[in-house]
Design a protein around this ligand. Structure first.
Ligand SMILES: [Zn+2]
Length: 467
């Protein structure tokens, strides 16, 4: 399989260290607020990659972390602790806030039919692993201590900036605008591995012993500590959103490679941004939509997943309600088509021609996956297969096979059963219509609509559908 590697800036062949196993680490959420459509796009893309690799015969060992400590409001060391801020806002403890949003996050992933990771480690359960790693960096001379924190000294790591290709000078330029609270920090891009609970953090609730002092870890160290613990010192694929590239992932590389002397990651897999109605997501625009917000507006999680499938992971995506509506119709059409195929169970013997066609669709589908995860193309292959003249049952089987990657839940589609009560109302309405009692017929139609069903008239009967 070929994947674009942010590090090499090339589409390259995946070559796992221990095939068929692929070690896969994905940066998880910081659980201080709701999971929104932007996050969900990234996690859906990770899921698609994982499912594609599985179809291609790899065995994925997937680890995703939960950041429940230490992530400040900016990706750099400025600002407040996100969790403490969230807790303050909600009038809850930091632990309650983390727990609440972790559950909401897991719920959202389930709704989107995202396969669970093999491990879902929480940062707060791995403080000792982080301390061990920080001590290793201290021994090797990559750190320095101030009153406030232990920093990673980027001047000691000659390759700093190699992922984003940023020059250190540019970073200094950029960070001049930031407020440097710790005046003893040597270089603006040095980052905290550990904060001591002094000064601006003296009231910090989450705290652990580090030697004789107390404190809490910086954000970046957890990903290095947990990925090494579960997946070893070098990972085959590391995933995240592109917003992680310049700071978080750059720092993960520096601290990991400084500690082990080995390459940290073979392939960096990054998902592009998501905009809402052409605008960046922001608090002031109130467009941090959650999956529940979309459901209220009539967009199901399956339709959202379908919408995500239509944009390649490296392309920025513009979410609009118009597009979500179109995805809903397309998804409903797909559902009707698949259900119709499911009903036709007679298997005909395939002619060599049709057998060839079947193989051709499968080949096209797989090559779309192998070519940098071209999911929109794979989806198009499924549609042309469904519209082809191969026998229904073979179409159905192949659709289910493709769905192992697409994850739309085709195998779970069920014919809607219409409740008896609704059928009775529809019968009464038909009678009224036949008797030309139009007022009564309209009232009955209204009642059916209010109960969540729509009714269409045919020449001598009706079709009921769930709305
Ligand atoms: Zn991370």
């Amino acid at each position: 399989m070929k994947i674009f590697n942010t590090f090499s800036r090339n589409i390259q062949e995946l070559s796992p260290q221990n095939p068929p196993v692929v070690t896969f680490y994905a940066c998880g959420p910081t659980v201080y607020d709701h999971t929104h459509l932007g996050h969900l796009r990234t996690f859906t893309n990770n899921d698609l990659l994982k499912r594609a690799l599985t179809m291609l015969g790899y065995k994925i060992h997937h680890v995703m972390n939960i950041t429940d400590v230490g992530h400040l409001t900016g990706d750099t060391d400025e600002g407040e602790d996100k969790l403490e801020k969230g807790a303050l806002k909600a009038g809850k403890t930091v632990w309650e806030v983390a727990d609440y949003y972790t559950k909401q996050f897991i719920f959202s992933l389930k709704e989107l039919n995202i396969i669970e990771s093999d491990e879902l480690p929480k940062a707060t359960d791995h403080i000792q692993d982080m301390i061990t790693l920080i001590k290793k960096l201290e021994e090797k001379g990559f750190t320095y201590k101030t009153e406030e924190a232990i920093y990673f000294d980027i001047s000691k790591f000659t390759d700093y900036g190699k992922l984003s290709g940023q020059k250190i000078e540019d970073k200094i330029q950029k960070s001049r605008d930031e407020v440097h609270i710790d005046s003893n920090k040597k270089h603006p891009a040095d980052f905290a591995l550990w904060f001591f609970t002094v000064g601006r953090f003296k009231d910090h609730v989450m705290r652990w012993d580090f030697g004789s002092a107390q404190g809490f870890p910086g954000w970046h160290i957890e990903c290095s500590a947990m990925s090494m613990k579960y997946l070893g010192e070098t990972i085959d694929i590391h995933a995240g959103g592109i917003d992680h590239i310049p700071v978080h992932h750059e720092n993960e590389i520096a601290q990991s490679e400084a500690a082990t002397g080995k390459p940290f990651v073979s392939i960096w897999f990054h998902s592009a941004f998501l905009n809402i109605e052409g605008q960046k997501m922001s608090k002031s625009l109130g467009n941090f939509y959650r999956i529940e917000d979309l459901q209220e507006k009539g967009v199901s999680p399956q339709a959202l997943r379908y919408l995500y499938l239509q944009t390649h992971y490296r392309q920025p995506m513009n979410f609009t309600f118009e597009a979500a509506g179109a995805a809903t119709s397309a998804f409903n059409n797909l559902k009707e088509m698949v259900l119709a195929l499911k009903k036709q169970t007679q298997r005909t013997v395939l002619s060599t021609d049709k057998l060839g066609q079947l193989d051709e669709y499968r080949t096209q589908f797989l090559s779309a996956l192998q070519n940098d995860l071209q999911i929109p193309q794979a989806l198009a292959v499924m549609w042309s297969m469904l519209k082809s003249n191969i026998p229904s049952e073979d179409k159905y089987d192949l659709a289910l096979e493709f769905d192992q990657v697409l994850g739309l839940g085709l195998a779970t589609f069920e014919e809607e059963t219409i409740p008896e009560e609704i059928v009775e109302l529809a019968k009464k309405r038909l009678e009224a219509r036949n008797e030309k009692e139009f007022e009564k017929s309209d009232e009955l139609k209204k009642e059916i609509l209010e109960k969540g069903y729509s009714i269409e008239d045919t020449s001598d009967s009706f079709i009921i559908k769930k709305k």
